[in-house]
Design a protein around this ligand. Sequence first.
Ligand SMILES: NC(=O)C1=CN([C@@H]2O[C@H](COP(=O)(O)OP(=O)(O)OC[C@H]3O[C@@H](n4cnc5c(N)ncnc54)[C@H](OP(=O)(O)O)[C@@H]3O)[C@@H](O)[C@H]2O)[C@H](O)CC1
Ligand SMILES: [K+]
Length: 206
Amino acid sequence: MSLLREEMFEIDRRATEIHKIRPILLMENVALGIFNEINKYDSYTIVCGNGNNGGDGVALARHLLIDKRDVDIFIMGEPQSEELIENLEILRTFTNNIYKLNEEEDLVKLVDSLEVNEVTVDCIFGIGLCRDVRGIFEKVIEEINRHSNYIISIDIPSGVEANTGEVLNTSVIANETMTVYEIKKGMVDNELCGKVTTIYLGVPGL
Ligand SMILES: NC(=O)C1=CN([C@@H]2O[C@H](COP(=O)(O)OP(=O)(O)OC[C@H]3O[C@@H](n4cnc5c(N)ncnc54)[C@H](OP(=O)(O)O)[C@@H]3O)[C@@H](O)[C@H]2O)[C@H](O)CC1
Ligand SMILES: [K+]
């Protein structure tokens, strides 16, 4: 089975509106599920966008830090999602290694972190990606592909259109993808995803 983006958002809507499961709980389920899958490494660079895909990464970072891993967190753009903002507030009580990633000059610190750490976690865009990847986002994805030792994407490799699998100008090339609830249509037979693992979301299906 595989899902369209619209079906995933409908599952999400029903969970929050009918079953009263707050979005922050869903994000926590996802973060803990991913933590349990990937916590065997010692050091991580987590690159977050400004939506809920980025929020998953920030919540994951907290669990890795509590478990004594080395973690650098990079945030792109101005946080938009409430759950990302809440998780960032929590994360700031655990670490100072949170860096803005908006200008070309910020790439130096990113490349340094990618080369030093064992794993890069890609949580720039998930199923909310809606247009071509350009500018600093394009540059960051190129640096991730060029300098990472091992790449794990959250939900879908950033740059891949969730319904069609089309690359929207450029895309992360993942070694593994931790996808939320069920694979998305655009991930079927898509080599950019690497090995795919499905993460429990804790909501009923359609
Ligand atoms: N129920 C679930 O499925 C859950 C999923 N989770 C995770 O959430 C993401 C989906 O989150 P969403 O906030 O809807 O979207 P994204 O985080 O993927 O991206 C949205 C932000 O990205 C900006 N955007 C989109 N395209 C571009 C682009 N080409 N260039 C620059 N910026 C872009 C967009 O900005 P706008 O200007 O368009 O508003 C958004 O700010 C899902 O994939 C899961 O990982 C939940 O954590 C748990 C529940
Ligand atoms: K991603």
